[in-house]
Each structure stands twice: as C-alpha cells, then as structure tokens.
Design a protein around this ligand. Structure first.
Ligand SMILES: Cc1cc2nc3c(=O)[nH]c(=O)nc-3n(C[C@H](O)[C@H](O)[C@H](O)COP(=O)(O)OP(=O)(O)OC[C@H]3O[C@@H](n4cnc5c(N)ncnc54)[C@H](O)[C@@H]3O)c2cc1C
Length: 467
C-alpha cells in the first residue's frame, strides 16, 4: 500500500481548505501542504444541467464537490459582516472575526473580485426599509455584500487553484478521505479511496456540507465530541424583480428575521438573487434540493428575484440526527416529484391545493427552474413549518408589497444542514489531538466569507504551533 508524509493535510478543497492552504504556503513555503478532494479540479467541474437543463446525477456532483467546493458555482455573494454566515464571532470574538473577514476579502480582491460593495451609502433608503420591517415585527440585519457573480467567482477560484499549484501545494483530486487514523488520542494520518495512507503532523477537516455526514460518522468512530446543530428547512420564493426592487437596489441581499406569532419559530430570508435563477442542487445519493444563483453578465439575467425562506429547527434530547430530519423532508418532496423540485403558487399554498400544470401556465410569473414539478407543499412539510412560512410571507409583504401575491412561486425543499457542531476551541482543535475542524462541515460557518476566514485563522494556529 502506498504511503506518504506531509506536514499539513487538508481534507476538502472548498473555500475553507483553499484559504488554509493559501495562508500556510505563503507564510511557510517550506511546508509540505496537501489537499485531498473527492471532486474534480476546477476546469473539469462541469454540470451538464447548466447547458442541457437536465440533471444526470453525476457522482460526485460537480455543483458541490471539486476545487472551490460549494463555492465554485455559487452566486458568490461575500457577506462582509461577521453577523452573517457563521459562528466565528462566538469562537474568536467580534473584532477578531471582523479583521479576518477583511483579510480574506482582500485576498478575493487581489484575485479579481468586483470592487463594488452593496448595502452601504444608502442610509436614508435603509432607514425606510428598517421602519417598514419594525412595523411588521421583522428584524433587518445589515450586511454589506461583495457580489462575485457565478461566472466571475468561478474565474477567481480558477486563479486560486493555479496559484496554489504554482506555490507547491499538492492537490489530489478525485480522491475521498475514507478514514482518519488515530493513535493514542492523536490523529496521525488518513486512508484515501485510492488505497493510499497519508501521514500528517496536522490534519484539517474542511469537508463542507457535502462531507458533513461522513465527518459525523468519523466523529462517532474516533470519539470526537460534537453537539446537535440546527437544521434550516423551507422554500425558495420567486417573484418578479419589480416586487423586490427597493430591497435589491438598496441592500442587494435583504436579511430579515421573524419570530412567528403562532409557534415563536425563527424564520429568515437567505441568499437573494436579483434577476437570478432557481437551481437544483444534488446531495450524495441524488437528493434534489432547491437553491438559487444570479449571473453577473447581463446576457444571463432573468426578470425574477429568488430568495430562500428558512425555518430554523433546533432539536433537544434524545434526538441527535437533524441532518436526517432535513433529508427526510427533502426526500418526501423528491418522492412526489420523481426526483425533481416541487413548485407551488402562494395562492394554492394558502388554499391547500396542488398547483397544476394548467394553473401554472396561467401564472404571469414564469418559473426559472424549468423542470420543477407543480405540486402541493402541504404533503411535504409538517403543519408547523407551513404556518411559519405563511406568517413570514405575510410579514414580508408589509416591507415589500407583492410578496404575498397569489402568483408568487414557492419551490421546495430548501434545506441547509448545519448539523453536528464539532466542539472546537479557539484554535479549531477537536478533542482528538492534531485534528482540527473548520467551515460548513464542522457546523462553524455557513457562507463563503466566514469559511474562507476560518481557513486563514486555522492556518495561523497551525503555524504558531509549528514555530
Ligand atoms: C448553490 C450554492 C450557492 C451558494 N451561494 C452562496 C453565496 O452566494 N454566498 C455565500 O456566502 N455562500 C454561498 N453558498 C454556501 C458556500 O458555498 C459555503 O458556505 C462554502 O462553500 C463552505 O465552504 P467549506 O470550505 O466549508 O465547504 P465546501 O465549499 O462545501 O467544500 C468542502 C469540500 O470538501 C470535499 N469533501 C467532502 N468530504 C470529503 C472527503 N471525505 N474527502 C475528500 N474531500 C471531501 C467536498 O467535495 C467539497 O469540495 C452556496 C452554496 C451552494 C451549494
């Protein structure tokens, strides 16, 4: 069996893994740094659905795996506030998290990110939006956004791949880490799907949501302490751009939080895509969940804005598998729609009846997800989630009238698996020595900028230990 020795082994080439490798190799060019990634190199990441409109169920999925992880084909919205996208402020403190976010932002800029920032210099308009939000019992979270755009984001990550290779980081693609090796309470290396054993002084798990299930199983096997996390379940809403015009122009991404009257559940808006497209994202096992993105170039712009409405569910003892809960709901929608995404008009959602092809064809609003199947979300979501979504839509309508129109489209299921928070200290060390966990897969972050910043700071902790 082939073996190899490196100084730092990073599992996963998402933004967390990339920025960790970047910082390590810049500060210590003498280190042997290796990233093992189960997906493809960025130039080989091609999603057939993007040209044919049909998903052929690639394994592994090119949308979520490969260099740049879930970031490669994302909308590339970089949240510049530590209030958004993860728990770095809780772990490192607000000021330290802010500084790290600024530093990772500088790296994106140096690789060609758009210099404009949305959500600043519009104080009067934002005050007006906040006033309407308060009137509707919604909380407006302010977060400046740098928008890379899907195609520009892809180019930036392509340059980063080239840069890391030039600097001597070893990138091993199409290879899954199957097992983390532990001796006397310390991680010593990993076994990969091609039969190689790679020994490392330090291991960083940066596996993203795609690898969260695998990492949870590893945690159980090797005794890494975790605590149950949150699962966010809901729908992607699609409306005409006109309905969202004021929010889009002044904030780009309006982050609004509501606590519902009936159940006091937290519902939030997430990932707004002005003039964008609703998209299907596939998880391991072919589970189809809904997402959205927007292209920067005018050629690909649509007339519709989409955004997610997510209900946050926290579970208590004895339940320990929130990821499974979210998946079961998504599976129900998949089952009803032959593995595709379900779409329902808000009018039919309120009446509790299925949207039909005929009624959808009569709608003024044309769905941008062409293969979505008209259906009935009440056959998918528990009553509580249906009520939460309805109350949120009605509250949003007071801020941006038109959201609660009969023709508004609701696509299901959007689900974010932030499960399994790995217990880490401020150096992101797990309870197993020499093994650190970062990014979305550890339940620490849930966005590009915090995942990238997390990569930077874990690298600095490693460098300090090695100095
Ligand atoms: C469609 C879409 C749109 C998004 N849009 C935005 C946005 O606009 N703004 C924003 O801030 N965030 C967005 N996100 C979220 C963002 O992409 C993630 O928060 C971010 O990529 C997390 O980075 P990460 O490094 O933690 O994990 P990931 O990017 O998920 O990368 C993890 C990598 O680890 C690899 N991996 C997993 N397990 C193994 C294993 N066992 N062995 C080897 N490799 C493994 C995976 O293949 C993957 O490449 C979007 C996500 C998606 C899917």
């Amino acid at each position: 069996m082939a073996t190899k020795n490196v100084d730092v082994l990073i599992i996963g080439a998402g933004p967390g893994g990339i920025f960790c490798a970047y910082e390590l190799i810049h500060k210590r060019p003498d280190l042997k740094v290796m990233i093992v990634e189960k997906g493809r190199s960025i130039e080989k990441r091609q999603c057939p659905k993007r040209t044919t409109g049909k998903c052929v169920g690639c394994k592994p999925c090119s949308i979520t795996t490969g260099f740049a992880g879930a970031g490669a084909f994302s909308d590339g919205k970089l949240s510049l506030s530590p209030d958004v996208g993860g728990t770095l402020p809780d772990i490192l403190g607000y000021d330290a998290a802010t500084k790290l976010i600024n530093e990772s932002d500088e790296i994106y800029l140096s690789f060609g990110a758009d210099k404009s920032v949305y959500g600043i210099n519009k104080e009067e308009q934002i005050r007006d939006i906040r006033r309407k939000a308060i009137n509707a019992n919604l909380k407006l979270v302010e977060c400046p956004i740098r928008h890379l755009g899907t195609e520009e984001g892809y180019k930036i990550y392509s340059k980063l791949q080239e840069h890391l290779t030039e600097k001597g980081v070893e990138l091993k693609f199409n290879t899954m880490v199957e097992k983390i090796l532990v001796e006397d309470g310390a991680a010593t290396g990993v076994c990969t799907s091609d039969g190689e054993t790679i020994y490392a002084k330090e291991i960083v798990s940066a596996v993203g949501r795609e690898g969260a299930d695998w990492f949870r199983a590893q945690c159980e096997e090797i005794g890494i302490e975790t605590k149950p996390g949150t699962v966010d379940v809901g729908v992607r809403v699609e409306v005409r751009d006109e309905v969202m015009q004021s929010l889009n122009e002044n904030l780009y991404e309006a982050k609004l939080i509501y606590h519902t009257k009936t159940f006091d559940d937290k519902v939030r808006t997430f990932c707004t895509n002005p003039s964008g497209e609703v998209a299907t994202e596939y998880y391991e096992g072919g589970l189809a969940v809904v997402n959205g993105h927007a292209y920067k170039s005018a050629e690909y712009k649509t007339n519709n804005t989409n955004f997610a409405l997510l209900v946050s569910k926290n579970f208590t003892k004895p339940f320990k598998t929130p990821i499974e809960y979210g998946k079961k709901i998504a599976e129900l929608a998949n089952m009803l729609c032959d593995g595709k995404i379900l779409v329902q008009t808000y009018g039919d959602f309120k009446r509790g009846r299925r949207t039909t092809d005929e009624r959808l064809a009569r709608n003024n609003l044309i769905p941008t997800l062409k293969d979505a199947v008209p259906g009935d979300l009440s056959l998918v979501f528990p009553h509580r989630i249906m009520v939460d979504l309805d109350e949120m839509i009605q509250a949003l309508d007071k801020v941006t009238p038109g959201i609660a129109s009969e023709e508004t489209l609701l696509y299901g299921v959007e689900v974010k698996f932030y499960s399994n928070k790995v217990i880490v200290n401020k150096d992101f060390e797990t309870s197993i020595k020499n093994l650190r966990a970062i990014g979305d897969g550890a339940g620490i972050t849930r966005g590009l900028q915090q995942a990238s910043a997390n990569g930077l700071c874990v690298a600095r902790s490693i460098l300090e230990k090695m100095s």
